[in-house]
Design a binder for this molecule. Structure first.
Ligand SMILES: [Zn+2]
Length: 126
């Protein structure tokens, strides 16, 4: 890559002839979908899980004295070390995460997930 291409890439432009690296972010509208992102504590790989607001979330009873309005119990498995993560995610009435308890992993943001998806230290076709 020449100096000017580097400079252009640095300022957010695309190098000439470069194809779009991935599909546009617009996904089919799926109002009942909740996307959750996890990172495995053992191998560090990231997993994306789709939950259904109505099917997968349980309303929290008052006597349970738990945070939030809904709870999601999910077993999540990454595709690298296949360790099962046990997640209890608590949501408020607008389906925002208020608390998360993940055994064997951690809840991460979509940004962290996407950052982890970037090709890392493995150069191709060098
Ligand atoms: Zn793992």
């Amino acid at each position: 890559m020449g100096f000017w291409e580097k400079l252009r890439a640095f300022f957010g432009g695309q190098a000439a002839g470069e194809k779009k690296p991935r599909a546009p972010r617009t996904q089919p509208t799926d109002p009942d979908a909740l996307w959750l992102h996890f990172r495995c504590k053992r191998c560090g790989s990231v997993v994306r899980v789709r939950a259904h607001k109505r099917n997968d979330l349980n309303r929290i009873e008052e006597e349970e004295a738990l945070p939030g309005v809904f709870v999601l119990h999910k077993d999540v498995m990454d595709n690298k070390c296949f360790q099962l993560m046990h997640a209890d995610i608590y949501f408020d009435a607008s389906y925002q995460v208020v608390s998360a308890d993940v055994q064997g992993g951690e809840l991460i943001s979509q940004e962290e997930y996407e950052a982890a998806q970037q090709p890392s230290a493995t150069p191709r076709g060098a």
